[in-house]
Design a protein around this ligand. Structure first.
Ligand SMILES: Cc1ncc(COP(=O)(O)O)c(C=O)c1O
Length: 407
């Protein structure tokens, strides 16, 4: 592993890619189960894949694609993909049925609703995951209780309550809120549906990561329609890394090691994947403290133990970014050039685009750009994992220039 010098506050570790040991939890059978299940949910639609030609020209790459998850199930973020699939798998296990034999409507039938009506799901969230759990639980007639870290935006709390959950803002950071949710679950007989894995708790987070296959696979279908079999690069933002690990794990299996060059992007105050890669001992390392960043969805200090191994072995680089990089991404996507479509991207959705915009034009970052093989032939895929889930902060960034560039 090699450390690239810090420039403009951007720190990166570039690593070698493993050529074997592909993660088995994302095999073809799983893919079919996940996609069919999501397709059975009322209102399911593939989210748009937006091609930004003017931005590609401006930055000097062949193509930029943004998979816009702000359209997912009307929830303004991708997270419900993981939560719904995990709840479905959990209920399948309880009811003794196979996910391949049932759909979302099955769980909503009167007979099944009667059997599951007393179930209470509990989780901790920085917003999007909790909203997805609340939404799924309510549709199934179950209850949900959601704990949020301190400083959570009121709009995000309201969205969870509107989706049908009890929500409590704690005085804790995300990782401690997860511990609180775990404890409350044990005390009250509630079922923890958490989007991060830790020792002794890996099955449910694995189902959540599998749920993210849907957006990764939809993107491939959409790229194919545009004549692209495989992107050369994928930028994946990470909180605990369950999303990044799910998408990368799926692509590694699908392309048998010839997967796109993958860049993991995190906020500098919560860069636990970067820190783990930098340590170079193969183990996950935690970041502690307030994890203060505008990228609320990425404000997680403890890597998911399962997906960390996927990111460690198959990602090419791990990049820690100051908040202005995300704010730039919000501004770039929300103020498109020429015929490019405008994309409303929230702070956790935009950071990859913000990073590419620097890598491609700043001579001081050329070494990192070259290490990543980014050039005029590159086809780069991003996942805009959320829209303006905190509209007040979105407005401050776009209208008032909050978190300005430092150059
Ligand atoms: C909008 C958004 N993007 C990305 C992530 C990162 O997902 P993960 O915690 O699985 O790394 C989150 C997590 O909540 C999120 O809300």
């Amino acid at each position: 592993m090699e450390r690239v010098n810090e420039t403009y506050g951007i720190k990166a570790v570039v690593s070698d890619i493993a050529t074997e040991g592909f993660p088995k939890i994302f095999n073809e059978e799983v893919v079919e189960g996940v996609r069919n299940f999501h397709a059975s949910i009322k209102g399911y639609q593939a989210t748009p894949l937006v091609r930004l030609d003017e931005l590609s020209k401006e930055l000097g790459v062949s193509r930029i694609y943004v998979k816009d998850e702000s359209y997912r199930f009307g929830l303004n973020a991708f997270k419900s993909l993981g939560g719904t699939f995990a709840i479905a798998k959990f209920l399948c296990e309880k009811l003794g049925v196979d996910i391949h034999d049932v759909d979302f409507e099955y769980f909503k039938s009167q007979e099944i609703k009667e059997k599951i009506k007393d179930i209470v799901f509990v989780t901790a969230t920085d917003g999007n995951h909790g909203r997805g759990i609340a939404w799924a639980a309510t549709q199934l007639g179950c209850k949900s209780v959601v704990y949020l870290p301190k400083g959570s935006a009121q709009r995000r709390v309201d969205a969870i309550i509107e989706a049908g959950a009890e929500a409590y803002v704690t005085e804790l950071n995300y990782d401690d809120a997860v511990r609180l949710a775990t404890q409350k679950g044990e005390e009250n007989g509630w079922y923890l549906i958490q989007d991060t894995g830790f020792e002794g708790y890996e099955k449910i987070p694995n189902w959540i990561s599998q749920g993210y296959i849907t957006m990764a696979d939809e993107a491939l279908d959409q790229l194919k329609l545009d004549g692209i079999q495989i992107p050369t690069h994928v930028f994946l933002q990470a909180g605990v890394g369950a999303m990044a690990g799910g998408v990368l794990g799926y692509y590694v299996n699908k392309f048998k090691g010839n997967h796109p060059t993958t860049v993991i992007v995190e906020p500098e105050q919560a860069a636990c994947i970067y820190k783990s890669a930098l340590a170079g001992d193969g183990k996950p390392h935690n970041v502690t403290g307030d994890l203060n960043t505008i990228m609320a969805g990425l404000a997680c200090g403890e890597p998911n133990t399962v997906t960390w191994e996927i990111l460690r072995d198959f990602a090419k680089a791990y990049v820690s970014c100051p908040d202005y990089v995300s704010a730039n991404g919000v501004r770039i996507l929300g103020n498109s050039i020429g015929q490019d479509k405008k994309i409303i991207s929230g702070e956790s959705g935009s950071v990859g685009v913000g990073l590419l915009s620097l890598l491609m034009v700043k001579p001081e970052l050329e070494e990192l750009k070259n290490d990543l093989g980014l050039n005029e032939n590159s086809v780069v895929l991003f996942f805009n994992t959320e829209g303006d889930t905190d509209p007040e902060n979105y407005k401050k960034i776009v209208h008032e220039g909050k978190n300005p560039s430092i150059f």
